[in-house]
Write a protein that binds this ligand. Sequence first.
Ligand code: ADP
Ligand code: MG
Length: 318
Amino acid sequence: MDNALLNRQVVFFAGKGGVGKSTSAAAFALYAADQDRRVLLVSTDPAHNLADLFHTPIGGEGITRVAPNLDAVEVDVHRETHRYLDGVKENIRRTVRSTMLDEALRQIDLAAHSPGAAEAALFDRMVSLILEESQAYDLLVFDTAPTGHTVRLLTLPELMGTWVDGLLKRRHKRNRDYSHWLGDGEVPDDPLYDVLSRRRQRAAAMRDILLDDQTTAFVFVLVPEYLPITETRNAIRELADWDIHVRHLVVNKLLPEGVTDPFFRERLAREHRWLARIDEYFPDLHPLRLPLLPGDVDSREALDQVAREMARALDPGR
Ligand SMILES: Nc1ncnc2c1ncn2[C@@H]1O[C@H](COP(=O)(O)OP(=O)(O)O)[C@@H](O)[C@H]1O
Ligand SMILES: [Mg+2]
């Protein structure tokens, strides 16, 4: 039924902390690799121990092979924030007049502590991975997703507005005129022009990828409880405002149907009511249901089990 998910090039797992994004992402990546897709799993969760899950030492900045067809990379949000701001500073150094430079750099240091800096940096790294690694892989799986707020970064007027077009065009013309006047045919270096046009191209390329349903999928993970359901509904609406349409849900940690203990019967009855609510709230989405395992998913064996459940949910005919 839902093998469409398998045919995407980029799949994001979104949802609140603790619902099982990292677990679902790893299980889906493993399943896709097993289906002969070349997969890169991008983990952004410092607490999520890929090394234990895959019985393979991984870490640092490099990409590591963790299973046949499956590579993984761990992205450190703290490191990315500093890398991102260093990049911004570098651009500023090349483009801002020296009288203003100290103040500009000070503002950027302050920005490191502003809400959203880490999110923006993480998103920047996602963009790099998607734009640069997509040749080597059929599928990139992320255990976290950009929010509507970060997607907005791609539509910022400074990046997409028509005045940038005008600015770029004018600078380009001026640069050409200079080289004409100088008669050496050499277009002068113009760092601001380069920075702006490069950023703009990246943003446009990323927008095309994110907004293309055939290329990218957002999977929301939730557990059958009131708050996660409400928050998922809000998050899906927020993304829709940016033209991103979520088509997949994972409902994780479902109790076994066969429980007999009155306590668990009560929990199960409750769960059924929330599942009905999920169907009502998200009539167009086919929830992939994953059972609650007896223990944490902290070993390759447990992950294999979740991957099998994922396979069953995605392809009930198998
Ligand atoms: N289906 C499941 N059964 C049992 N434990 C699970 C299941 N899915 C996730 N877990 C456990 O729940 C915790 C949170 O999962 P995780 O994938 O890290 O969530 P998130 O990435 O959304 O914060 C982890 O300890 C994980 O092992
Ligand atoms: Mg996680």
